[in-house]
Unconditional design. Structure first.
Length: 407
């Protein structure tokens, strides 16, 4: 059935994912005029292939003079690193610069400290919202471009702000940094990154046996609760995916904790087996989920009445969606929808049902439950997202951190 036809584009993409979670630091050094130097942690832009085309940036090493956005028009930046704080970023300029393939030595984007997990969110809510949108737009741009120079992210701190102020002062005096005029230099001494053979997909599962008074618990029906834990973002080390899909994982762990308490006592043990799955490869069409499901023996697969997949449920606004690929009239879908609707009503929330058929010949698997559907197991995804995300969209980008969702 479905699986014998493996979509080629998807496989190609996965096989060419690169190892990118390497923490480097940038050395900021004064040239000639002073001898100060500072080291700042930096996070490199991701690199990956999709259907044979390269995206992100394959470059890592840097050794160029630094400049701010205040450079004179027409100046050659091919041996210059532009340092741009997010709050000053002109996205139109960056987009044009990238699309026109203008030469640049490198790009360093300074993220506000609020993004880092050390500081809380004491900035204004709307300032935060503005930054979030700007960062999302920048991230989309970078992730979908092929950039021929190194791109790094760093968090602002006093040290780098002082350096930036100095650089700006120089630039405003019309003295861009060069070997002869002095100024600052950015140095990242590293070798160029290598491709990793192929990523390992690791799924984690848990099991609670239901209570069957007469006979084998294996004969009971099973309900699966599933959440995917992988993220994808412009800087992998910064893509924690608090909402997408940290929120689903947190909910799953809490559900597992509560049910393991209930199931530890025969009086409160349900007549369902419960299967918990933490799956990998979510951003890549839920490939880990596919691997997990295929590892089931037939009896287990057939015992599953339905699976509920949890995805991006961390910041919803009074409304959650149940996405399904079986028709709403299906008995299990009805049961899931009615069950959740009843609970929602008590909590004064709303749940809506969205039905979208799967297309077996399309390599794109937008929702986790679709992997179940492809194997004819009834499933639904519970999410705050009402619209089906595109590939690599809503997969835990740079702004998807706790501080952005704490208001
Ligand atoms: C942003 O960049 C664009 C393109 O370079 C430019 O036309 C525009 O004036 C800039 N906006 C601001 C606010 O600097
Ligand atoms: C299913 O997907 C294939 C491949 O992407 C596409 O050519 C076809 O039009 C799709 N069918 C439907 C009914 O959407
Ligand atoms: C496209 C695709 O399906 N890629 C991989 C997903 O995972 C399976 C294992 O379950 C691999 O065999 C595929 O290559
Ligand atoms: C990183 C990411 O895409 N997060 C998503 C989490 O959910 C919110 C709210 O629905 C979306 O706006 C984000 O895109």
């Amino acid at each position: 059935m479905a699986n014998s036809k493996k979509p080629g584009g998807l496989r190609e993409m996965l096989e060419s994912m690169y190892s990118v979670i390497a923490l480097l630091f940038i050395l900021v050094a004064c040239v000639e005029l002073c001898d100060a130097a500072a080291a700042v942690d930096v996070y490199r832009l991701i690199q990956y292939d999709m259907s044979g085309s390269p995206f992100g940036s394959r470059f890592a090493a840097l050794n160029h003079h630094a400049a701010s956005l205040h450079f004179p028009p027409g100046v050659d930046l091919s041996r210059t690193v532009l340092i741009i704080p997010l709050r000053e970023l002109n996205i139109t300029f960056v987009r044009e610069y990238i699309n026109q393939k203008n030469p640049l030595g490198g790009l360093l984007v300074l993220l506000p400290e609020v993004l880092s997990f050390k500081t809380g969110g004491n900035k204004q809510v709307h300032e935060k919202e503005k930054m979030k949108n700007l960062l999302a737009e920048l991230e989309r741009l970078l992730v979908h471009s092929n950039i021929p120079y190194p791109v790094y992210f760093a968090f602002e701190n006093d040290e780098i702000d002082t350096v930036l102020a100095d650089i700006k002062k120089n630039d405003l005096m019309g003295q861009p940094a060069t070997a002869t005029t002095g100024g600052y230099k950015f140095v990242i001494p590293t070798t160029e990154p290598k491709k990793v053979a192929s990523p390992t997909m690791t799924n984690i599962q848990g099991w609670l046996s239901g209570l069957k008074t007469d006979g084998d618990a294996n004969q009971l029906p099973t309900i699966a609760i599933v959440a995917s834990y992988d993220t994808f973002g412009a800087a992998p080390a910064l893509s924690v995916g608090s909402n997408s899909n940290g929120s689903g994982i947190v909910a799953l762990l809490e559900i597992a904790r509560l049910f393991s308490l209930l199931y530890s006592n025969p009086k409160t043990r349900g007549r369902y087996n419960l299967l918990f799955g933490l799956t990998s490869g979510g951003p890549y069409n839920y490939n880990g989920t596919q691997k997990w499901l295929r590892s089931f023996d037939q009896r287990l697969r057939e015992s599953i009445d339905y699976a509920i997949c949890l995805n991006s449920i961390g910041s919803w606004d009074n409304e959650l969606w149940i996405h399904v690929s079986k028709p709403p009239e299906n008995a299990y879908i009805k049961q899931i929808f009615e069950g959740l609707s009843n609970v929602a009503e008590e909590l004064d929330l709303k749940v809506g049902l969205k039905h979208k058929k799967i297309n077996i010949s399309n390599p794109r698997v937008a929702w986790e439950h679709e992997q179940f559907s492809r194997l004819r197991v009834t499933a639904a995804t519970l999410s705050e997202l009402s619209v089906t995300p595109e590939l690599l969209e809503s997969t835990g980008g740079l702004f998807d951190t706790r501080s952005y969702f704490q208001i």
